[in-house]
Design a protein around this ligand. Structure first.
Ligand SMILES: Nc1ncnc2c1ncn2[C@@H]1O[C@H](COP(=O)(O)OP(=O)(O)OP(=O)(O)O)[C@@H](O)[C@H]1O
Ligand SMILES: [Mg+2]
Length: 330
């Protein structure tokens, strides 16, 4: 079996920091691999090695069968990396930017134009084609950036947090664009902080934490691993949330609140639900809702990494604050 992308035992250190501590992954052609992990997990380092921008200290990786270190030129002809290669010129129009990429690839003027026009249409940028890129919104710029990467018809696309900071509409547009590329046979490796994005786009997931693979599998398989179902209860009156928690916890010690209006009970089955509902009724509480929920990818992440994505981010920010040098007020 040959994979479109393959990495074996990738290690990378930056001084005292071990960014990657033996990462293995495989991506079949025409599929999307989602790389998930908290800040500092090693996602970008992995992407940079796979896209030939960074050499691993040890281990090896290949794209389209070419070694990313020894055959970096061949690899570069096969790939696109958003946000890196595609250095857009702010003063050129969208169309001119794409045509310029075509010229750099020595496509010839007509072919460069043809590809630019096709991509502008594919990415919903036709109307903005003749406006300078500096007038583009964040979402349009991201799409133009992706389009620029596609001028060379890559077979493997690396996307490092492609939708961070985009509004929901722009995010959806980008997801659609990626899905269409995949149906055309493109292989995609993407990193994301959004569980929903991984759920929507990725065929397979690799969760990295501390530079190592903490879990891998399809979204469905990872969800199944984390466990069965979560029982979600919502009191009729939000003010009763704590009373509901106390009542539920008598039957299910793992009960906890989620947000301002729900009590959740992980790994619940029908018998546990009956026991919980008995306690809730005894306590004289009325429910607005009681339902089983399949684990979300966020819960998978929590189970695998021990923290939610949000907490992991906060932890990293706190560490950064702690280690920032004190400014002497003298
Ligand atoms: N150029 C560098 N010099 C020193 N340390 C680095 C460098 N690049 C990355 N690191 C460290 O390597 C580790 C992995 O970083 P990496 O950027 O791969 O993480 P990430 O998973 O992409 O995180 P994020 O979600 O914040 O983008 C981190 O501890 C980071 O601080
Ligand atoms: Mg990163």
């Amino acid at each position: 079996m040959t994979y479109a992308v393959r990495a074996e035992g990738l290690r990378k250190r930056y001084g005292a920091v071990t960014a990657l501590d033996g990462v293995d992954l495989e991506v079949s052609q025409g599929t999307v691999l989602g790389l998930l992990g908290p800040n500092g997990a090693g996602k970008t380092t992995t992407i940079r090695i796979l896209s030939t921008l960074l050499r691993p200290d040890s281990g090896r990786a290949s794209v389209g069968g070419f070694d990313v270190v020894r055959q970096a030129d061949q690899v570069r002809r096969l790939i696109a990396l958003t946000g890196q290669y595609a250095a857009l010129d702010e003063h050129l129009t969208g169309a001119e930017n794409l045509e310029l990429f075509g010229k750099l690839l020595e496509l010839g003027k007509r072919e460069a134009r043809r590809r630019a026009a096709g991509l502008l249409a594919d990415f919903g940028l036709e109307e903005a084609a003749d406006r300078p890129a500096k007038t583009y919104s964040g979402g349009m710029r991201r799409r133009l950036d992706l389009a620029a990467g596609l001028v060379g018809r890559p077979s493997v696309l690396f996307l490092d947090e492609p939708t961070t900071g985009l509004d929901p509409e722009s995010r959806l547009a980008l997801w659609q664009a990626v899905r269409r590329l995949v149906t055309e046979g493109m292989t995609v490796v993407l990193t994301t902080q959004y569980m929903e994005e991984a759920d929507q786009l990725a065929d397979d997931l690799v969760v990295v934490a501390g530079g190592a693979v903490a879990a891998r599998g399809t979204a469905a398989a990872l969800k199944a691993k984390v466990g069965d179902r979560t029982l979600v209860l919502r009191p009729e009156r939000p003010g009763k949330l704590n009373e509901l928690l106390v009542a539920a916890a008598q039957a299910a010690p793992a009960a906890r609140t989620e947000g301002e209006e729900r009590v959740v009970i992980p790994s619940a089955d029908g018998a546990l639900m009956n026991a919980v509902l008995d306690r809730v009724t005894e306590a004289g509480l009325t429910l607005d809702e009681a339902e089983f929920r399949r684990p979300s990818l966020d819960e998978v992440f929590l189970a695998v990494v021990g923290r939610t994505v949000g907490q992991a981010q906060q932890d990293t920010e706190a560490t950064r604050r702690d280690t920032e040098p004190e400014v002497d007020a003298a």
